[in-house]
Design a protein around this ligand. Structure first.
Ligand code: ACO
Length: 328
């Protein structure tokens, strides 16, 4: 799916918030649990530490402060929101949705609220959906949350996955605005590659193996990631009549520094334009891109008028890009 946002109302991000749990897990701490080392993890992934949620916390608890910050930045309250989408693979529970739980806690009583599952690409899918509903006039103000507590579904005895992931969430407010914010989207999925990154036993399909942990073919995912990060970014830029040289801020999915470096070089993006926080948070799945956006805002890179390119990829296998002009 690809399109430039030429028809419909203009929509942009007007508020942004993020949150990670307090507990820092260093590589050295992980090496006490599995046979790994700080040196191996840093060399292969660039990750130095990540956050793991406390046992008392669910995704909605971690996401709530991010939602409140995003609303405050937009000058809104929960009651002003009429659409709330939570992109996640680790909701509080299968139902009620984390979207409905957050809408209730925020006082967004009449909002349409639901969860969306597209692996680590979930936030990009959710942005595109919310954009479409606002541009088409179905909703006026949306809260889009991306977040995961992947520590809940990791095998603490599997070093090949345990070292990669972390917990965190981000939220953005989308509103109809007088000038064009979002310029285009490109989204896709290849279910044929689904078994390269999956969570067997987590739904209605029964498996003999009772383990419900993330299972991954790291090399296949690496090849997929390096390919789609480049293809998706190039596709959305071409559709919008722009080139990589026009991009001011590049926000790739934060899975692994080597994957980011590969995509950055192939695309030809100078390193100063690339947002990287995987060293501090690991791969936070649906939280990855909103957390990175929030970091870019904090370090002053998201000024009005800047062209921002975001590209995610993940389980499904899925991928997705959004191109936008930052409006405030
Ligand atoms: N510590 C030490 N050794 C390890 C660890 C570890 N944590 N994990 C694996 N190894 C060992 C392996 O057992 C293997 O040992 P062997 O040679 O004796 O068999 C050796 O290291 C090399 O293993 P590889 O899997 O070949 O290592 P590779 O260089 O491919 O790096 C990695 C592995 C980092 C997982 C890489 O494949 C990768 O980044 N893949 C993409 C993963 C990813 O990003 N997934 C999520 C993306 S989608 C989403 O965000 C949900």
């Amino acid at each position: 799916m690809i399109g430039a946002t030429k028809a419909g109302l203009d929509v942009s991000i007007t508020g942004l918030g993020s949150r990670v749990p307090d507990r820092v897990i260093t590589n050295d701490e992980l090496s006490q649990w599995v046979d790994t080392s700080d040196e191996w993890i840093v060399e292969r992934t660039g990750i130095r530490e990540r956050r793991f949620a406390d046992k008392s916390e669910a995704l909605s608890d971690v996401a709530m402060p991010a939602c409140k910050d995003a609303l405050a930045q937009a000058g809104l309250e929960g009651k002003d929101i009429d659409l709330l989408i939570v992109a996640t693979v680790t909701p509080d529970m299968s139902f009620p949705s984390t979207g409905a739980i957050l809408a209730d806690k925020l006082g967004a009583r009449d909002a349409a609220a639901y969860d969306l599952s597209a692996g680590c690409t979930g936030f990009m899918y959710a942005l595109a959906q919310a954009y479409g509903m606002l541009a088409g006039g179905l909703a006026k103000r949306a809260l889009v949350v991306g977040g995961d507590l992947l520590s809940r579904i990791l095998d603490f005895e599997d070093r090949s996955t345990l070292v990669l992931f972390g917990d965190g969430a981000g939220a953005v407010v989308l509103e109809v605005v007088p000038e064009q914010g979002f310029l285009g989207f490109e989204l896709g999925a290849d279910g044929g590659g689904g078994a390269s990154l999956w969570l067997p036993g987590s739904g209605s399909r029964l498996f003999d193996d009772p383990d419900r942990y993330v299972k991954m073919n790291g090399r296949e995912v690496f090849k997929f990631a390096t390919r789609v990060l480049v293809q998706s970014a190039e596709a959305v830029l071409a559709r919008c009549g722009l080139t990589i040289d026009d991009v001011d801020v590049y926000v790739p999915h934060q899975a692994n520094v080597r994957i980011i470096d590969h995509a950055t070089k192939r695309l030809g993006v100078p390193s100063e334009k690339v947002v990287v926080n995987v060293d501090r948070y690991g791969n936070t799945s649906s939280g990855s891109i909103p957390l990175a956006l929030a970091d870019a805002a904090i370090d002053g890179r998201l000024e009005a008028g800047k062209l921002v390119l975001m590209t995610g990829m993940g389980a499904g296998l899925t991928w997705g890009s959004a191109l936008m002009r930052w409006t405030r």
